[in-house]
Design a protein around this ligand. Structure first.
Ligand SMILES: [Zn+2]
Length: 369
């Protein structure tokens, strides 16, 4: 059976309604629109979706972990901006066999050799795609049956949707497209800005266009539209760097909503913990919480993991730098409504789906419809 998997990055379940998303709303009513529970994670969300395994089963949770990075260490010496070095970083990783490409964002140069990517392979390397004829398009990768075409020119979703539709073909069974403009707009402008609302409407139109074209080409087909998370507006900042810059014997990674630390001595560790405990807008995760949120426990993820309360952004951080942004995700999912969607063209008796259950619904018959 021909299968379409449309992955709309950053479309919250709570954004689906008649006005914002007329197509998805109607299509959901006629079929099944299910709340897809999100995770306190970054890279780990889509990885859980496609592997059916939680981050603490795969070790894939956030993008960078505490692990030596030879390419990063080499690129550290070149006096170029992170933005340009990121191209070389991606290219060298690709030549080394990596199919999950990352950037340096605003990671300080002294940490280039200290942190490495947790994930090395693109989603299409996972079992779900094995022995299947597939098209996987998530920029910069355009992959047909494991044959990779790389495209480093920035493309918007409109371009990708057109290119994707043109490839509908009897010789391919699974079609996977990842759109990202809504994630970008929501970060930049915030949840309810005009630009973001316009982008939601555009994503709804893309979905309508793709689904209608797909149905007209292949009448017996499975259609899945899903998203990883929604968004919250940022209404406060937490400056962690300021509080820890006096300490020498600590390495740290400042994700946008998570701060992770590694220590070279016990005294520094105790002093950093006591600094972090003074911050009211967040806290250090205890073991019970790590288990509840399915966070891997190995040291590479962080000796100490600090998370901020919903609506706060760690600033400066290694992604947004010093500039910040207006919208964010990556909060404790039981404290904020950040769930995504799972829409499938079957009648299912489910209201809520866990991220690790989606894979069963992608496979035919492994969960009863
Ligand atoms: Zn994002």
């Amino acid at each position: 059976m021909k299968t379409l998997i449309l992955y709309i990055d950053g479309l919250g379940f709570n954004r689906i309604n008649k006005e914002n998303t007329p197509f998805l709303h109607k299509f959901g009513n006629e079929n099944s629109l299910i709340r897809l529970k999100t995770l306190l994670a970054y890279t780990g969300i889509e990885n859980t979706f496609i592997t059916g395994k939680w981050p603490n089963e795969t070790g894939i949770w956030v993008e960078y972990i505490y692990n030596k990075n030879g390419i990063g260490n080499f690129l550290r010496i070149f006096p170029l901006h992170n933005k340009y070095l990121s191209y070389f970083y991606a290219l060298l990783n690709y030549l080394k066999g990596s199919t999950f490409l990352s950037k340096f964002y605003n990671i300080p140069r002294r940490f280039f050799g200290v942190f490495n990517n947790s994930l090395k392979e693109g989603l299409w390397k996972n079992e779900y795609f094995h022995n299947k004829r597939f098209l996987y398009y998530s920029w910069p990768f355009f992959v047909i049956n494991n044959k990779i075409k790389l495209d480093f020119i920035k493309r918007n979703d409109e371009y990708k949707v057109k290119k994707f539709i043109k490839k509908f073909d009897d010789n391919i069974d699974i079609y996977f497209l990842h759109t990202v403009d809504l994630d970008k707009a929501s970060h930049e402008y915030g949840v309810n800005s005009e630009n973001t609302l316009k982008e939601i409407k555009r994503q709804d139109e893309y979905a309508s266009l793709i689904v209608n074209e797909f149905k007209s080409r292949f009448n017996d087909c499975k259609i899945v539209i899903w998203s990883d998370h929604g968004f919250l507006d940022i209404n406060g900042f937490v400056n962690i760097e300021e509080k820890i810059k006096k300490f020498k014997n600590v390495d740290y990674f400042l994700d946008s909503t998570i701060a992770r630390f590694w220590f070279k001595d016990a005294d520094t560790k105790n002093r950093v913990i006591s600094e972090l405990n003074k911050i009211k807008e967040g806290h250090i995760l205890n073991l019970e919480e790590k288990n509840r949120y399915n966070i891997p426990l190995n040291r590479e993820q962080g000796e100490i993991i600090f998370v901020v309360e919903p609506g706060y952004l760690i600033l400066p951080n290694f992604y947004q730098g010093i500039k910040g942004c207006k919208g964010m995700h990556g909060y404790m999912p039981d404290k904020a409504d950040l769930d995504g969607i799972f829409l499938i063209n079957k009648k299912l008796n489910r209201k809520i789906l866990n991220m690790n259950e989606a894979l069963g619904l992608l496979y035919n018959g492994s969960i009863q419809f």
